[in-house]
Design a protein around this ligand. Structure first.
Ligand SMILES: NC(=O)C1=CN([C@@H]2O[C@H](COP(=O)(O)OP(=O)(O)OC[C@H]3O[C@@H](n4cnc5c(N)ncnc54)[C@H](OP(=O)(O)O)[C@@H]3O)[C@@H](O)[C@H]2O)C=CC1
Ligand SMILES: CC(C)(CO)C(=O)C(=O)O
Length: 310
């Protein structure tokens, strides 16, 4: 295997499918047994808008002990699973292996670097979207950008991603890049999760659009207070463009809410609020969105414990 995708959720399936379709020797490692079993049985299946399904065989395992000397990996699990990913990768990577995280939120690269060494780990960012329809089966949610640190340009990982058709861009401004994605996620994910709408609907609902604009303005203020230069000049135009490009996608936070899983609200909105607080900045819209998402998750858990009166 030349490249390991750590994860078997929506985006992990999208990346592994495209790499396998391009003839790359890609494999999957994840602890989600149902996802791994489905991929072992049928491969990774992509369903497109016209309901056409095509499947690619991809080797998959739920145990790092099945792997050794893996030369490169991309981490595509949720931020609460990053510590587990770090421990697994430490057990199966080759000493010279490079690891790329494309996860949302802040703090993932630091967790991986703690276990693997900072020189082996880099964080990038993607605005591609995908929705998991069933274990091992995904629907792509629109073409996005894939931006990587300049230090990654010559790696075999980039060659594999290019061969799979990903459009790569490179940056020296990693903090700006990660904050650029943080702002997009902090604006889109909580709103779509709370309203339970696909990304594009936010643009159709006037009050949601107003909240989006308020969230974008506050996040841009937090970036300025942290002396971070965002990778775009007009944050609202950028967020609206992502919404249009991924209009049919269910955001990853909405997908979490729908299956009663933990959300990435802490790595996204929590990280933004933390930075703002350090700079004595108050972000009322994000503070409210943060607590509403937490309350919605708690309410969902409570509902699961109540007797069914139907
Ligand atoms: N999806 C998207 O469009 C995008 C996602 N991202 C980021 O990429 C990273 C990966 O996200 P994403 O691909 O959405 O992750 P998913 O939620 O699809 O998958 C992550 C993990 O959740 C568990 N899981 C997934 N689906 C189910 C299910 N139906 N039932 C039970 N468990 C399930 C599995 O692990 P386990 O059982 O161990 O919990 C799986 O490995 C995140 O950081 C995300 O923010 C970034 C851009 C876009
Ligand atoms: C870009 C976006 C909003 C696509 O859905 C995403 O990153 C996510 O869902 O987490």
């Amino acid at each position: 295997m030349d490249l390991l995708i750590y994860g078997s959720g929506a985006l992990a399936c999208l990346f592994a499918f495209r790499l396998a379709r391009a003839g790359q020797r890609v494999g999957i490692l994840d602890h989600w047994e149902e996802g791994v079993r489905a991929i072992q049985a049928k491969g990774i299946c992509q369903q497109t808008g016209d309901l056409a399904v095509s499947c690619q065989p991809v080797p998959a395992t739920s145990s790092a002990q099945d792997l050794s000397n893996v030369p490169a990996a991309i981490v595509l699990v949720k931020s609460w699973q990053t510590a587990q990913a770090a421990a697994d990768l430490a057990a199966c990577l080759a000493p010279s292996a490079r690891v790329l995280t494309l996860q949302n939120g802040l703090g993932n690269a630091e967790i991986l670097a703690g276990a693997l060494g900072a020189e082996r780990v880099a964080a990038g960012s993607t605005t591609s979207g995908a929705t998991l329809l069933a274990p091992g089966c995904f629907r792509p949610g629109g073409e996005g950008n894939l931006t990587l640190p300049a230090s990654f340009e010559s790696t075999r990982l980039c060659a594999a991603l290019r061969a799979a058709g990903f459009q790569l861009a490179f940056t020296q401004q990693l903090t700006g890049l990660l904050w650029g994605k943080l702002l997009i996620n902090a604006a889109i994910n909580p709103l779509t999760a709370l309203l339970e709408v696909p990304n594009g609907q936010i643009l159709e609902l006037p009050h949601a659009r107003r909240l989006l604009a308020m969230a974008v303005e506050e996040a841009a203020q937090a970036a300025r207070a942290a002396a971070v230069e965002l990778p775009y000049t007009d944050p609202l135009a950028e967020v609206e463009s992502v919404l249009r490009r991924t209009a049919t996608n269910q955001s990853s936070m909405l997908q979490d809410i729908r299956r009663g899983a933990p959300t990435e609200i802490d790595a996204i909105t929590g990280a933004l609020l933390h930075s703002a607080r350090q700079n004595q900045l108050w972000l009322p819209t994000h503070e409210t969105l943060y607590h509403l998402v937490r309350a919605k998750v708690d309410a969902g858990r409570l509902a699961d414990t109540l007797p069914n009166h139907a």
